[in-house]
Design a protein around this ligand. Structure first.
Ligand code: NAD
Ligand code: TYD
Length: 360
């Protein structure tokens, strides 16, 4: 079995569902999975409702910062791998309050590494050989690119600019150090921006879909010309499975979909798809809801990932183009309005007030 952390969040829950062969007709995987998640505002067990009663999914409510708990889980379940998705992940929240990012992304990862190290050291030689610690990270650790710079390669310098990316960078360094110093069999992946089902509507794509349908402004930070490199979440999950299976120990793999888009273009694409699939009652385009708002402080201008290494060495390729993936995503949100309504209540509403001055 494997231990997954943060498996109730956006990418983690997609990974858990795909691992266990649900719901897209992927062959069922008999290998069970322990899912450790602290259920912060971003963790949602509803994402995993389809696994109710499935004995292959063992959910544990707890933090990666809880050394005793992780030590107990590793001893009890003897997993062959740990995959660390758990993190605070939203740049804007890290600007308003970095503390949780330091605690979870840095201190939490450190505790997880410590527990994994002592567990791994005591395994018998064969199990020790096969054990893997896979750390899921982001392209944001490499900083910001100018318009004509080549895309980020694994050899790029780390130049994180936000408290979020700095905390992820620190965790990547710890993972690297545990390999070099203690020999822990680690793998690190640095992925570009994901989108797809179960994406919490505080991030650009789900926020725009949600606000459009709710008749609210579609907030564009600054001039909207910042570039992100978008990857459909299921392609990210497939890449992680491939790296777990065949990645070289101690190596870093960049994951991206070669889909650089300016934010304003992404929002225009979303409006066009919504105009077609769920037109406004008054016949106007959703584009009329676009509103330019104050830019994010320290806003990175451009991210782009060069995933040649992963493609060449491990044979991974994304299955979706941006056009196919974004359409699937809009359809998912249209079909899952109840999910959206549930997550947009409570804590999420307080956040909207802080970030956009909403009172509703
Ligand atoms: P998310 O915010 O949607 O989910 C994070 C999950 O971690 C939640 O379920 C939350 O409850 C859980 N969590 C938070 N603190 C925890 C703790 N201390 N212990 C246990 N669980 C905890 O994030 P996401 O978008 O799914 O990102 C998952 C991982 O992928 C993160 O490490 C992130 O840095 C990385 N990543 C994300 C993207 C992206 O575009 N979303 C891109 C590249 C890399
Ligand atoms: P986001 O989804 O927060 O991901 P990240 O900051 O990790 O790339 O933001 C994606 C881009 O969209 C980023 O350049 C910021 C921008 N953005 C807006 O213009 N308006 C918004 O309301 C949000 C949430 C993001």
């Amino acid at each position: 079995m494997i231990l997954v952390t943060g498996g109730a969040g956006f990418i983690g829950s997609n990974f858990v569902l795909d691992w266990l062969g649900q719901p897209d007709g992927v062959a069922p995987n008999p290998e069970p999975l322990i899912n450790l998640d602290a259920l912060t505002y971003a963790g949602n067990l509803e994402n995993l409702a389809g696994l109710k009663g499935d004995s292959r999914h063992i959910f544990v409510h707890g933090s990666i910062g809880d050394l005793d708990l992780i030590t107990r889980l590793l001893a009890e379940y003897q997993p062959r791998a740990v995959i660390n998705f758990a993190a605070e992940s939203h740049v804007d929240r890290s600007i308003h309050g970095p503390e949780d990012f330091i605690q979870t992304n840095i201190v939490g990862t450190f505790h997880l590494l410590e527990a994994a190290r002592s567990y791994w050291q005591d395994l018998d030689p064969e199990r020790k050989d096969h054990f893997r610690f896979l750390h899921v990270s982001t392209d944001e650790v490499y900083g910001s690119l100018a318009k004509d710079d080549p895309a980020f390669a694994e050899t790029n310098r780390y130049e994180p600019n936000s408290p979020y990316s700095a905390s992820k960078a620190a965790s990547d360094h710890l993972v690297r150090a545990y390999h070099h110093t203690y020999g822990l069999p680690v793998l690190t992946t640095n992925c570009s921006n994901n989108y797809g089902p179960y994406h919490f509507p505080e991030k650009l794509i789900p926020l725009v879909i949600h606000n459009a349908l709710a008749g609210k402004p579609l907030p564009i930070y600054g001039d909207g010309q910042q570039i992100r490199d978008w990857l459909y979440v299921k392609d990210h999950c497939a890449a992680i499975r491939r790296v777990l299976e065949a990645g070289k120990l101690g190596e870093v793999y960049n994951i991206g979909g070669w889909n650089e888009k300016a934010n304003l273009d992404v929002v225009h694409t979303l409006c066009a798809i919504l105009d077609e699939l769920s037109p406004r009652a008054d016949g106007h385009s959703y584009r009329t809801q676009i509103t330019f708002v104050t830019d994010r402080p320290g806003h990175d201008r451009r991210y782009a990932i060069d995933s040649t290494k992963l493609e060449r060495e491990l044979g991974w390729k994304p299955a979706e183009t941006f056009e196919t993936g974004i359409r699937k995503t809009v359809l998912w949100y249209l079909d899952n309005q109840a999910w959206v309504n549930n997550v947009t209540s409570g804590a999420y509403r307080d956040w909207l007030g802080k970030q956009y001055g909403e009172t509703a």
